[in-house]
Design a protein around this ligand. Structure first.
Ligand code: F6P
Length: 535
């Protein structure tokens, strides 16, 4: 593989001088696009050629992608540093058969838990599960990372389907977050869901204790208005939550891959069982496609290869994810965890240093807002930022079709502008009536767009639960493919541990209970400043 990465980097360098507009043709527009699950992924506005793509496909073979994909779906312990299988796909295996781990089919348990979640969601939605003050009006999900971002992102994305109680999400340990969320709520009609795979995460457990105290001020049996989503049922019991409202899952569901199961309970309560199942079915359809399609026709594979082309091949260190629909506001944050916690690693599975850079920095913001913020840098800055656009053909605001058309036009226009740019002559022609001579040249240079900047486009019919499920599964599998080619473990996250440990040790220092003497000079001096100013 090492040589193949070097060759990829050479190919990336060779592509630097290549003109994307000159590559473009009707044949390319079709040949550099993949259709699956009712969506189309277009990567024709990149500098990738057939030879580059062949090389990337050969890298899939060399990395043993199809065997590794089979190993994941078959429940083998591919998360080698934690000795675990990786089977979030089982959570949406609604029409599939048995999924075996240690000679046991996990599906009866998965489907049984889903049925219990649906029963509880129905009871909450229909007012049969009640708080002290009557039917539940508000649900507060307390969780962080994968126990927050998925349901928070999807609940917002699927707002047109949200017909259950209001849902709120508390994640930050900053007391302001929980105070602002709980402040306007009535504890007597609020359900608190504590979402934590481990049930030890300090942010979540601190917020859960705060919520319990808040509820205890007005509710005689506060624990009766709590539910828990966790793999650690001893800990949920110790917290006082009845097992009838504990929804468990196995350790083969990674935190950032967990919204398909119990961690999705707040979403399920918001949109109801039918829409939640549609969401699962959408993801399942992407799983089936990913398992069976040839690499060139395989959307997650081609999305991954385009990512590797831009990052490890061409050397672009970041990628922007630019969904145009406002309701996908939290998708970039969701994808940041999915991609960066999964593929931000510096050693390969065997512990050796990676021969190439690992995953890129992922960032973004819904489309037209971003246009008025950071697109300036994307168009005219000195660094190249590959952009991943996405937009739906149809919106939900039927009385505002012109606004959706404008949204689509903006999305397509940005990709077009990035590719085509604007030459010096074109810029001069625009302002020739206002300026002349050297001043015309100087002014025009500010108006030049270099163009030739790569982007991809994912288009889908409408942001339904099925489509959202398919989009998220697409990105999950993209992360898997990139991880396989990089030779890393995409399913652990040791990089979050050190900060957690140090924070635990620093808390009593900040509280003035222990000395800062064993801290480095900078940390000790910052603690001192914060204490003098009120900490
Ligand atoms: O950030 C580290 C992490 O372990 C994530 O992987 C996970 O999603 C998050 O913390 C929350 O963990 P838990 O669900 O165990 O509270």
């Amino acid at each position: 593989m090492k040589d193949m990465w070097s060759t990829l980097a050479q190919k990336g360098q060779a592509a630097a001088g290549r003109s994307i507009p000159e590559l473009m043709s009707a044949e390319r527009a079709d040949g550099y696009a993949v259709e699956a699950c009712g969506m189309r992924f277009d990567y024709s506005k990149t500098a990738m050629t057939d030879a580059d793509r062949d090389h990337l496909l050969a890298m899939c073979d060399a990395a043993g992608l199809s065997d590794k994909r089979r190993a994941m779906f078959e429940g083998r312990a591919i998360n080698e540093t934690e000795g675990r299988a990786v089977l979030h796909t089982a959570l949406r295996n609604l029409s599939g058969g048995a999924v075996m781990i240690d000679e046991q089919d996990v599906m009866p348990r998965v489907l049984g838990t889903l049925a219990r979640m649906e029963g509880f969601a129905r009871a909450v939605r229909e007012g049969n599960f009640r708080g002290q003050g009557g039917a539940i009006t508000d649900v507060v999900n307390i969780g962080i990372g994968g126990s927050d971002l998925g349901p928070a992102m999807a609940t917002l994305a699927l707002a047109p389907y949200h017909d259950g109680p209001r849902c709120h999400f508390v994640s930050n340990v900053d007391g302001a977050h929980i105070a602002d969320i709980l402040g306007p709520l009535n504890p007597e009609t609020t359900l608190i869901i504590v979402a934590s795979k481990t049930f030890t995460t300090i942010e979540t457990m601190t917020n859960a204790a705060t919520a319990k105290a808040w509820m205890a001020e007005r509710v005689r049996d506060p624990a009766a208005q709590f539910a828990a989503l966790s793999t650690a049922q001893d800990k949920t019991a110790a917290f006082g939550i009845s097992e009838t409202r504990v929804f468990g899952f196995a350790d083969w569901v990674g935190g950032r891959y967990s919204m398909w199961g119990p961690i999705g309970l707040s979403l399920l309560i918001a949109i109801g069982p039918e829409a939640f199942r549609a969401f699962l079915r959408g993801a399942e359809s992407m799983d089936i496609h990913f398992k069976s399609a040839d690499p060139l026709e395989n959307m997650p594979v081609m999305l991954a290869l385009t990512g590797l082309w831009h990052n490890q091949g061409c050397g672009h260190a970041t990628r922007a994810v630019l969904p145009y629909e406002q309701r996908l506001n939290r998708l970039p944050a969701y994808l940041q965890q999915l991609e960066m916690e999964s593929n931000g690693k510096r050693v390969s599975m065997d512990g050796a240093d990676l021969p190439v850079d690992s995953g890129p920095v992922v960032w973004g913001e819904p489309g037209t807002n971003g246009q008025h913020a950071f697109y300036q840098l994307i168009h005219q800055g000195t660094r190249i930022i590959p952009c991943e656009f996405m937009v739906g053909a149809e919106g939900f605001e039927h009385e505002l079709p012109h606004q959706h058309r404008l949204l689509i036009a903006n999305c397509l226009a940005q990709a077009e502008a990035l590719m085509k740019g604007r030459s010096l002559d074109e810029a001069k022609a625009l302002i020739k009536d206002k300026f002349s001579g050297d001043e015309l040249e100087r002014q025009a240079r500010h108006r030049v767009f270099p163009g030739n900047r790569p982007s991809t486009m994912l288009v889908y019919p409408k942001l339904t639960p099925e489509v959202l499920g398919a989009i998220v599964a697409l990105y999950e599998h993209r992360v898997f493919v990139e991880g396989v080619l990089l030779g890393i473990n995409s399913f652990d996250q040791w990089g979050v541990e050190l900060g957690k440990e140090l924070a635990k040790a620093l808390e009593p220092v900040v509280a003035g209970e222990t000395s800062a003497d064993d801290k480095d000079a900078s940390t000790a001096s910052l603690v001192g400043w914060l204490q003098r100013h009120g900490a």
